[in-house]
Design a protein around this ligand. Structure first.
Ligand code: UD1
Ligand code: UDP
Length: 381
């Protein structure tokens, strides 16, 4: 009897990190896979899914312009609930810490459907940062049945909260599955906006979108970039703008006139990978980009005050710089001016996020769950 698993995705990073799991499960005849897109993101989600040749079986299309957390949460909760009632899945898989993740988990929990949480156990231990993602992942973990922790550190976090060790599986992060295959297969190309730029011109790649950075922190980031550009006349900055108008309007207002700032729309995943490889330094508040930069051995200045990915800092290429203008400028100029500091940072990276086989492990643990469960599963868990 084939088991039905619903894989829920809502935003770009969920698609990129869930894709290798969906592909792995689809290769296995024992599973009947339904991809449920909430459409929390519209074009950015479709763009990411289509690169992996995945088409959502159901799309709730919930996104609206400048949406609120209430809007996303309520529509994901009721929308996924209706699909679960119709499909009666044996398991729901969610990824990460978005509001889609939380809403889908809650509606599965209401129906006592086991939830497998991919990228479980990440913690900043501060509910304000990242907001609301820290709360999303804490609640999701509390309601999940299987925890697919990307690192030993994530497993320790779960244990610290009293999770049953038998249900925690350290798998590596699926982002490395997607990234390593994209790199191996030489997928993607540099965007045409970079065609006029000689290979030796230093490029700084910038991405920013976090809710807690809206307002003054985002202005600080823009002012820091202006100062860096003024200090080092040979560098260029590339900003693939997130679709969120609250973010792109501020960035364009502050940097739109600068002749050495290049803007693009959100890049196709493999093209973004090419851009990361082409960059000298990355400045980002993204979660996934920190992990990818470690694998690609690119310095990434993390524009956040706290990180739930300490591995990126301790054994990767990450430096936590916050959103203070002076700190961003100082650290960037340090790396631009000192080859020694740059090489030291890049040299210490041992890619703490996995070996590209996380999705194979997740499949194996799901198999074990259905076939030879060695632990009891009584509600409430
Ligand atoms: C969401 C996640 C965040 C994740 C990020 C990945 C939550 C609360 N936030 O943040 O954890 O890191 O996605 O990028 O779950 N928009 C479009 N087209 C798109 C996508 C977004 O126009 O394809 C615009 C819309 O106006 C939308 C707004 O961006 O209302 C914000 O989208 P939302 O999903 O609420 O927040 P993100 O900042 O993208
Ligand atoms: N990414 C992409 N195109 C872009 C920018 C980012 O494909 O123009 C990818 C990036 O490689 C990473 C993911 O999107 O895998 C990160 O998404 P985002 O920063 O939006 O979310 P977060 O990881 O912070 O949740």
């Amino acid at each position: 009897m084939s088991r039905k698993i619903v894989c829920v995705v809502g935003t770009r990073p969920e698609a990129i990190k869930m894709a290798p799991v969906i592909l792995e499960l689809r290769n296995n005849k024992e599973y009947n896979i339904l991809v449920l897109a909430t459409g929390q993101h519209s074009d950015m989600l479709d763009q990411a899914l289509s690169f992996f040749d995945i088409k959502a079986d159901v799309n709730l299309h919930i996104m609206k312009d400048r949406q609120t957390l209430d809007h996303i949460t309520s529509l994901v909760l009721t929308g996924t609930g209706k699909v679960f009632d119709k499909e009666h899945p044996d398991m729901v898989l969610v990824h990460g810490d978005t509001t889609t993740t939380l809403g889908a988990t809650l509606s599965a929990f209401y129906r006592k459907i086991p939830v497998g949480h991919i990228e479980a156990g990440l913690r900043s231990w501060n509910l304000d940062q990242p907001f609301p993602e820290e709360a999303n992942r804490v609640i999701t973990d509390r309601l999940s049945t299987l925890w697919f922790a990307p690192t030993q550190g994530a497993k320790q976090n779960l244990l610290q909260e009293g999770a049953d060790e038998n249900r925690i599986f350290v798998t590596g992060n699926t982002v490395i599955d997607s990234l390593s295959r994209t790199v191996e297969q030489h997928k993607g190309s540099l965007p045409e906006e970079l065609s006029g730029l000689q290979q030796e011109v230093p490029l700084i790649l910038v991405t920013a979108h976090r809710r807690e950075s809206w307002g003054q922190p985002l202005v600080n980031i823009c002012e820091a970039l202006s100062e860096i550009l003024a200090s080092v006349p040979e560098i260029y900055v590339l900003i693939p703008l997130h679709k969120n108008p609250t973010v792109r309007d501020v960035i364009r207002k502050h940097l739109g006139q600068h002749e050495r700032v290049i803007f693009t729309e959100p890049l196709e995943y493999p093209d973004f990978v090419q851009v990361m490889n082409r960059s000298y330094i990355i400045l980002s508040d993204s979660g996934g980009v920190q992990e990818e930069a470690s694998f690609l051995r690119k310095p990434v200045l993390i524009m956040r005050n706290l990180s739930e990915r300490p591995e990126a800092i301790h054994s990767g290429t990450g430096v936590l710089v916050g959103t203070n203008k002076d700190r961003i400028v100082t650290e960037t100029l340090r790396l631009l001016s000192s080859r020694k500091d740059y090489d030291k940072l890049v040299g210490k990276s041992n890619n703490p996020f996995g070996d590209g086989k996380a999705s194979q492990r997740i499949l194996k643990y799901i198999d074990d769950f259905f076939k030879k469960r060695k632990y009891s599963l009584k509600y409430p868990l």
